[in-house]
Design a protein around this ligand. Structure first.
Ligand SMILES: Nc1ncnc2c1ncn2[C@@H]1O[C@H](COP(=O)(O)OP(=O)(O)OP(=O)(O)O)[C@@H](O)[C@H]1O
Length: 592
């Protein structure tokens, strides 16, 4: 029945090439990678039959024509019909292919049509007496013919540069791209032009040679990444069949900067990113890595996220830990240098790894109210260690706690609170506590209130400060030249912000009013009874002068604490200064 007749999918080659060049491959140069990879695979298959066979790829330049020639297994006429002529068909499937061959999708050769109108393949197979020529056209047609026997076993792929891609076919451009994609390949690669041969790869890269010395590895890293690295160490993973080198970057790294590595799969370049393989905390190194077991995505530009990758990631983490451990035993000076530059990343590793905390906690630097100190120094010099997970709180406490001889760590950076809590678990004998600004207030000495002066003062000051959503307290504390300090924890500051927003023309004002503001959350202006000016203020009767002074001390305390001052507070401050001027002038004016 006509209606039930199965139809064959048709492939629109033009669309297919567009798809490859514009969506799947990020650069037209990938045809170089694909040809290198096919040559390498053909040699690997031939080596499977004759292990002594010495593989080689020659790239011959003849004007706008480029010939990629390998001495691999070659293609029979049948192979040509079966593999070259069917898109998505690959000879590289099955256990052996999965293990040793790079190609797998059966689309790589098509990338040549991005830069050349036709692909000509001439091949002499190891197992066939005649040679074959296949011509594939961009419109999806192809021709096959038997040709005179080629002089050697292997395959030649001949491309004719499209006008717009002529520059890519130049020797210098091909050389650059061969080194970019194929520098890890275990095969000799030669460039031949005008009868002259230049060997550009000898098939034995320094970084994959376990006998290479550290000096050789560092020299290679310098050439590859154009950086004089602090140190280098080797990476291994059994699961990922992975080998590589990690180079320590000599300067501070921004965690959001792009992390450039060189990742190879089966010795063929894959990507300079290894997002799912190398965790964020490895940002202090640049790696050159080859894996034979990880799988690429179809574009061959990223790694597939599978169980092998997850296991490999764990084994790589172990390499980093082993390296740091070894340094702690063999080169403490270098370890300290690395930690001083890259502590953010080492801390993040430590936060998730008890073993690293045990080994390195003493070396880790922290920002404290006494400057940056290593945890070892903190432990040695302070019996009581406090930390605060909020930067605002730290800024406040830093000033007050200094005079209280307290050591406070700023644990507001990512992972720091987690890390300090783990250090605390590790060191049960140490006193390590979280601290809030209000805790400091509670530790101040109570004010001396003989004639209920303080009580009256607080009542009057509260009336003034209420306008700025603040309440008054009086205590005795050091340093005595500090008149008052403003204390507001995160909650109090949030309540203050809601209050000030709901008083403006904010469209959400009505909603904000519904947030219940608890008096406990109100910021506090704590006056210092030990201070002379405050002592006088406690006894001032003149209401105008009292209000002006309280307002000036309020804004001054805000400034000292590093808080932002809103418009209303600035107006209050200006008004208070104006009141002072008027009051001051009044004593010079003639009495009527
Ligand atoms: N130089 C070569 N020598 C021998 N066979 C080759 C050569 N180049 C290509 N082939 C054959 O052509 C097939 C298709 O090649 P193509 O590059 O399109 O895909 P692939 O290498 O199988 O997979 P991938 O798309 O992942 O590169 C290969 O599977 C292989 O059988």
């Amino acid at each position: 029945m006509e209606n039930n007749r199965p139809y064959q999918f048709q492939v629109n080659m033009k669309g297919m090439i567009e798809l490859l060049s514009e969506h799947i491959y990020s650069s037209p140069t990938v045809f170089i990678r694909e040809l290198l990879q096919n040559g390498m695979d053909a040699v690997t298959v031939r080596k499977g039959i004759d292990e002594h066979h010495k593989g080689r790829i020659n790239i011959i330049f003849e004007g706008d024509t480029l010939i990629f020639q390998d001495n691999g297994i070659g293609l029979t006429t049948e192979d040509v019909h079966q593999f070259l002529s069917v898109i998505g068909q690959s000879s590289k499937r099955g256990d052996l292919a999965d293990k040793d061959l790079i190609g797998r999708f059966g689309i790589g050769l098509l990338s040549c049509l991005v830069v050349s109108e036709t692909i000509v393949v001439e091949s002499r197979a190891l197992v066939q007496s005649s040679s074959v020529k296949w011509i594939g056209h961009a419109d999806g047609t192809y021709n096959v013919e038997v040709i005179d026997q080629l002089p050697e076993i292997g395959t030649r792929v001949i491309l004719q540069a499209k006008k717009e891609w002529r520059s890519l076919f130049k020797k210098s451009a091909i050389k650059e791209n061969i080194l970019f994609y194929g520098s890890a390949l275990p095969i000799e690669v030669n460039l031949i032009e005008g009868g002259k041969t230049e060997q550009i790869l000898d098939g034995n890269p320094v970084w994959l040679n376990s006998e290479s010395t550290k000096e050789e590895l560092l020299a290679y890293g310098k050439e590859l990444f154009k950086t004089h690295f602090l140190d280098a160490f080797q990476l291994h993973s059994q699961t990922g069949e992975l080998q590589g080198v990690a180079y320590i970057i000599p300067n501070k790294v921004n965690s959001t900067a792009s992390k450039e590595h060189k990742i190879f799969l089966k010795r063929m370049y894959l990507s300079d990113q290894a997002k799912n393989l190398l965790p964020e905390w490895t940002s202090f190194v640049r790696c050159v890595i080859n894996s034979n077991a990880l799988q690429p995505t179809a574009s061959r530009e990223a790694l597939m996220n599978n169980a092998v990758l997850q296991e490999t990631k764990k084994e790589l983490t172990q390499c980093f830990k082993d390296y740091l451990k070894l340094l702690s035993m063999t080169n403490l000076h270098l370890l300290e240098k690395i930690i001083s530059i890259h502590h953010m990343f080492i801390k993040s590793l430590a936060a998730s790894d008890a073993e690293i905390i045990n080994l390195f906690e003493d070396y880790l630097p922290f920002e404290t109210n006494r400057g940056t100190l290593s945890f070892g120094e903190i432990k040695e010099n302070f019996n009581q260690i406090y930390y605060t997970p909020s930067l605002d709180d730290f800024r406040q406490i830093r000033r007050i706690a200094g005079s209280q001889k307290k050591l406070v760590i700023n644990a507001a950076y990512s992972y720091e609170t987690e890390l300090i809590e783990k250090i605390k678990q590790n060191n049960s004998v140490l006193f390590i506590e979280k601290i809030y600004p209000n805790d400091i207030l509670e530790e101040f000495e109570e004010a001396e209130d003989t004639n209920q002066t303080i009580e009256k003062f607080i009542f009057k000051a509260d009336k003034v400060l209420k306008k700025n959503y603040c309440k008054a307290e009086v205590k005795r504390f050091d340093p005595i030249d500090t008149t008052a300090i403003y204390i507001a924890d995160e909650k109090a500051l949030a309540s203050k912000n809601i209050k000030s927003l709901s008083q403006t023309n904010n469209p959400f004002a009505a909603t904000l009013q519904h947030f219940k503001q608890q008096e406990d959350n109100m910021p506090v202006l704590c006056f210092n009874q030990q201070n002379d000016l405050v002592e006088k203020l406690l006894n001032i009767d003149d209401e105008e002068l009292f209000e002006a002074l309280v307002n000036v001390l309020y804004v001054q305390a805000l400034m000292l604490g590093g808080y932002t001052i809103n418009k209303k507070e600035m107006d209050t401050f200006n008004h208070a200064l104006y009141q002072f001027v008027v009051l001051g002038m009044s004593s010079f004016l003639p009495k009527i």
